[in-house]
Design a protein around this ligand. Structure first.
Ligand code: ADP
Length: 495
């Protein structure tokens, strides 16, 4: 069961995990496909082309304008020519600005000087405070001329956005491509393995936690059914399972105490039987001894002999009184009658003593009562403790006689005012003559006392009933017990 639970829990945790992994994998692949898609690549390329084209146009315009200005300008000692379009023209010598025309502002100075110093002589973008410029420098004899044309801020913003965007997408493609193709596979497998190990551990823990106490209980039930009432379930379990374990242990405790009480009661009864018998055996010869002593004392005159006879008589009398007291002490306690159902009583005894799985217990209607008649109830007014002891004796004997696999047939019935109960077994049957089994000390068992049946009969007879034994026509023994039927049931209704 533990193994089955383990697999169940594992499946329950693995299936969703596997599904999530599969969906994740598919989504990642879709994303990669999207990043690689021709549409995205084309639109990116064309916007980049546009940006590059516009930049080139601005460069060309600046170059052309510079060429034109150099052509029309007569030389260093003349004022600078005015550019056609809005622009700034600056003359520089020894890293100093000599002249300028247009909207030159000092914030441009650093960028322009840097441009001159960089020896870069094709137009390039330089940064200003308000806006960016497209600037180009040319070398003259001992000085440099720089032309800077303002770039439309909206245009520069768009160019920047496009180039940043494309750089980002290129980066992403590189990054995710590597991740999804190579590392993601490793990551996913690692994750899958971790999930597998985790679910294995969790499943094992849960399976143990649930199945452990159950299998312990199953083992304990088997042990108790085999008659081992000392067996205890020794597992820690939470919640209801723990309650069940505790209830089970309590139940076995109760069963054991009940059984011990019964055994104790039986022992006491057996001992009383022995004591009574002993008293009887002692008292029996005392009467003839007394008579003989009286006869002797009448016939002799010798005072010494008369004295001795008198002593014997006194001692005999003492012995008799002693035996009487002994017998009085050994007598079974007077029955304490109460209304009980004989069937119920027998059922509880059978449950206690005929617990071997190999025993088949059958209930039938008793001989002498109408065929098929099983009374709903067999009300009797008896001392239930004593009658239970008698029934236990009969059932135990039947179980012992069967000695393993066999059948116990219980027949209930009534005949007028008498309740009849028969206990038959499929054992070897009674020794011939059957009646001897009721003799005290008759036993064929190595550890038997031979007192069970005599005591049982005594108990039944004390209740104005009878107990007889016979061999069945087929085989096995049958004990027949009768008791007067009570007019009243234990719940008080009249029958
Ligand atoms: P004990 O069982 O201690 O010997 P009992 O008085 O209960 O004392 O029984 C006396 C004997 O009667 C048993 O030893 C057995 O030989 C015989 N006996 C009792 N019941 C049965 C039975 N159901 N089948 C065969 N023999 C039985």
């Amino acid at each position: 069961m533990q193994r089955r639970l383990f697999f169940l829990f594992m499946m329950l945790s693995l299936i969703p995990a596997a599904a999530i992994l599969a969906v994740n994998w598919q989504i990642s692949q879709q994303h990669l496909g999207f990043l690689d898609s021709p549409g995205l690549r084309e639109s990116l390329e064309s916007s980049l082309d546009l940006a590059r084209g516009e930049l080139k146009r601005q460069r060309d315009l600046t170059s052309d304008e510079m060429d034109h200005l150099v052509d029309v300008w007569p030389g260093v000692n003349n004022p600078l020519p005015i550019p056609n379009r809005p622009a700034v023209l600056v003359l520089i010598q020894n890293n100093r600005i000599l002249q300028s025309v247009g909207d030159f502002d000092s914030s441009m100075e650093r960028s322009i000087l840097d441009l001159v110093e960089s020896q870069h002589r094709t137009p390039m973008r330089i940064e200003g405070q308000q806006q960016d410029w497209m600037a180009v420098a040319v070398d003259l004899a001992h000085s440099q001329l720089v032309l800077a044309r303002p770039l439309d801020p909206q245009l520069t913003h768009r160019l920047d956005t496009i180039s940043q965007g494309s750089a980002r997408i290129r980066q992403m493609r590189l990054y995710y491509g590597a991740l999804l193709r190579g590392r993601t596979l490793a990551t996913l497998s690692g994750l899958g393995l971790a999930v597998l190990i985790l679910s294995l551990l969790l499943s094992r823990y849960l399976a143990r936690r649930i199945a452990g106490p159950i299998s312990a209980l199953a083992t304990a039930t088997r042990k108790v059914a085999e008659g081992n009432l000392d067996y205890r379930v020794d597992v820690e379990a939470p919640d209801e399972m723990g309650q069940l374990v505790r209830a089970f242990n309590r139940m076995t405790d109760d069963l054991r105490t009940g059984k011990e009480d019964l055994i104790q009661a039986e022992r006491v009864a057996a001992w009383r039987g022995v004591a009574r018998r002993l008293a009887h055996e002692i008292k029996n010869p005392l009467t003839p001894i007394t008579l003989a002593m009286h006869r002797i004392s009448k016939r002799v005159e010798d005072p010494a002999i008369i004295d001795s006879v008198q002593t014997v008589l006194e001692e005999t009398e003492n012995l008799k009184r002693l035996a009487d007291e002994f017998s009085h002490y050994a007598r079974l306690p007077a029955p304490q009658p109460e209304f009980v159902d004989l069937g119920e009583l027998l059922r509880s005894v059978v449950e206690l003593y005929a617990e071997d799985d190999r025993l088949e217990v059958v209930w039938e209607s008793a001989v002498g009562s109408p065929v098929g008649y099983i009374p709903e109830s067999a009300p009797v007014r008896v001392d239930s403790g004593q009658i239970r002891q008698a029934l236990a004796n009969l059932v135990k004997n039947a179980v012992a006689a069967i000695d393993g696999a066999g059948r116990i047939t219980l027949r209930m019935g009534s005949d007028g005012d008498i309740v009849i109960l028969e206990i038959a077994d499929s054992g070897p049957g009674l020794p011939d003559p059957c009646e001897q089994v009721f003799e005290p000390y008759f036993t064929t068992k190595a550890t038997g006392t031979g007192l069970g049946l005599p005591i049982s009969r005594k108990i039944v007879e004390d209740h104005r009933g009878s107990l007889t034994a016979a061999n069945q026509p087929g085989n096995g023994a049958v004990f027949r017990l009768t008791l007067p039927r009570s007019k009243q049931t234990k719940t008080g209704e009249q029958t």
